[in-house]
Write a new protein. Sequence first.
Length: 385
Amino acid sequence: MLCAACLVWTGSAVLPASAAVSAAEEEAQPAYEGLRYEIADGAVTITGVTDDLPESVTIPSEIDGLPVTRIAESAFAFHLTMTDVVIPESVTEIGDNAFKNCWVLKSAVLPDSLKVIPTSLFDKCEKLESVNIPSAVEKIGDRAFCRCEPIEEFNVPADLKDFGEDCFSGTNWMTARRAETKFVTVNGVLLFGKDNTGDVLIPDDVEIIGRGAFSYNPKLINVIVPASVKKIERFGFYLCEHLKSITILNPDCEIYDLDATICNTVARHKAGITDGAIRGYENSTAQQYAEKNTYPFEVMAEDELLRGDCNGNWKVENTDAQAVLVAYTEALSGAPINLNDPQKKACDINGDGKVDDADAQYILLYYVNNTISGVSTSWEKIMEV
């Protein structure tokens, strides 16, 4: 049942009362070509719109001889007739939700002066198909372009690494990237990894695990974060309910200081890890994070190897299968098997106490399934074949 007291009619859309500007406040603000504004400290802020705002909007760089430098939070939100907007170079700041739910907006031009694309700037602009990301942008906020389905491409600056959670989710661009890979990565930042299941080895071209990259994934079981990863952002592995272990190979990896960055349970607003553990080296940042949040922690041996990894590069590849097969063939001729104890432990896939051609076959199958075919397959499933 909808409560009439909770809604205010704005002339172009129905807004929650908390988000709407009162009629008296609107009347008190001056207007210019359909744009409401206010003046402070010698500069103009666009605060809202009037009913006669044209469909095609070019925000002026000056009003009353003063520079337009800011667009306020929610200034154009829920406007239902604007189809395109051009923002001048004089604007250096835009508030959160400024164009959220502009359902017929098709094109937007952002100024090169903009350094931050704010939270939910174009969220749910369902017809938006053309928008630029200025080269000076240093940060894109959460859900900035979320649910802007028609967008096919983003011109992301090469040095941009600060991406908000779900900033590109629900766009055709993201859909296409997910069809190509389970690790959607831009400029070394892993933005989306939620399509992964089972045991996951994150690629070593990833430098940052972005905000919420694996959050709410119930199918993750064991994750290895390579030494290339320098930072795990907020909610990186939030509420992955079947997560058993996360192994962090960079002893200096920066982990966002929040218990919910890595967790598989949440109870009474407190995140936790049950029936699982964080793994890493002694005195590492992973250990510090685990101990601060009272999470189980397992210390890795310095010479520990990944299961199936014979050459110690923390990957399972065809070369590992070849190395095992060569060592096994040499042993058949009477020579001692040319593998050290950590290698033997890592490559004895079926656990029968020896490393032989069967283990080489399992390693090769694992590589083909998980790397070549892109089908996440556990060792247990491999050994059932």
